[in-house]
Design a protein around this ligand. Sequence first.
Ligand SMILES: [Zn+2]
Length: 588
Amino acid sequence: MARFDDVWLSELYAKNDIVDVISSYVTLTERGGRYWGLCPFHHEKTPSFSVSRDRQLFYCFGCKQGGNVANFLMKADNLTFGEAVEMLARRVGLPVPKAVEDSEYREIREKKKKIAEMHRLAARYYFDTLHSPAGARALEYLKRRGIGEEDIRRFGLGFAPDSWDSVAKLLEENGYPQALIRESGLVTVKNGKCFDTFRSRVMFPIINVFGEVIAFGGRVLGSGEPKYLNTRDTLLFNKRRNLYGIDILRKQRDVKSVVIVEGYMDVVSLVAHGVKAAVASLGTALTREQAVLLKRYTQNVYLSYDGDEAGEIATQKALSILEAEGLNVRVIRYPDGMDPDDFIRKYGLAGFAKKVKASLPPDGYRLAIARKSFDLSTEDGREGYAQAAADIIARIDSAIRRERYAEQVSAETGYSAASILEGRQSLKTEKNTNSNNRYNSIEKSAQDDAEGTFLAYAMAYPHLLEELGSRVNAELFENIVHKNIFYALYDSVKRGIQPTHAELLSELEDEQARSEAARLAQMPIVADDPLLFMQDCLTSMRVGQLERRREALKEELRTAQGDRKRHLLAEIGELNKELKQQKGSLGD
Ligand SMILES: [Zn+2]
């Protein structure tokens, strides 16, 4: 995270009113001293996204995300903290003084720039190699797959020759220092020896939204392992945050929908055959960050993974991520063992268009997958499928769609639609009677409440943290997110700073901690004597801590013997004493 001078940051936040900034993204209406709108981070029909001018924070009661003005831009525009700050500074014409960037940040930025240059150089080299005698086989391989010169140029495809050091040498000759070459990901160091990461592979440059080559994917030519190889994560490249094909998508206007596939070859092949927009996640399961990135370009996506078991599993995972981000998703299914590249080469764009037409909505897909694992010609199979389907149908939020699917499953299994819809009731009761679980969650939420309330007051009155002195310490927090917020707040107070809510948020590097802090900032601060109130919270937290310790000791006591047993009993006695005293001081 970039570091900026505290005073300069305060000025930046003061000049960029959060309501003004967010207004250009979300239509806000004032109600009850707060501004409300439809959340840009999850799909909703009634506003639960709120912005507070007093606190300079946003918080969504639906998806529980929140933060200050910089955090909003990070999420909305998928920026790093440093980029968000630069954007805010530009917005109000506040110069970002060189001096406010600490040297570490400047150094990292400089390195990133160099690594991007090295990648461009390598991409050019791979491209030239593809068109040289050394690349003849690779070029033929691409042509055989229907990929012409125009597509090769559009994607910047290339070939890494069967050599241990051609890229390493190229970078050296161009004056890049050895240390940086090793950090770039273009070479790999093993047992102190340095060699080219990609050898004898067809190369797919991974280009970010700014048009920079930031990494490569390589497909082995012929046999060899692994079949696909990616640049490892580097300063410049984080595979969770990028998508292959995003640069092509970015250049298009009015993108109606995007096809998400598994591999680079699928992207290139679909686009070469006339599909407008396709992207691939980079050798990982689709991530939330990638879904957010996609959402900048379109609301409609088609999941088009390979027609095998791995593809099905990946599809189900990706579905839940894309749905959670509020995207409209449909699933394209291929015959067993086929991938999108195989399919479009065999059936062409027209065949693919038919597949798109026949795509399934998420619930329909889940039912289709469930159906596959049962033999519907047997009684047991029909019952099993009806039960699995009842479970899937119960999670659908529209009553009409629930009924429609229940009828469909009824026709397939012979069970009545009513009993399929009811299956869900019996499931629910089962969950509620699980008393053990209920006990735990109530227990946990009491502790959580005490911690949260304490932090809400500490954020409103940071100076009181000092007055509480040694009574307050991080060990009292059981929730790790709360602990992190406490550390940030306590650290500022110790440095003599009483941060505003927005300033505290910019200290929090963890996104979960930021959202939780923004949620706590919404809590009403109403106690007449905040110090006394905070003391009560601390007592509750201390009681919780003692009780947890006592439970752990009791557990150990069940098997302990001799000295250890005597020691445990003594400690439990002490704990009981302090617990009695602490509970007495709570006064009720
Ligand atoms: Zn939301």
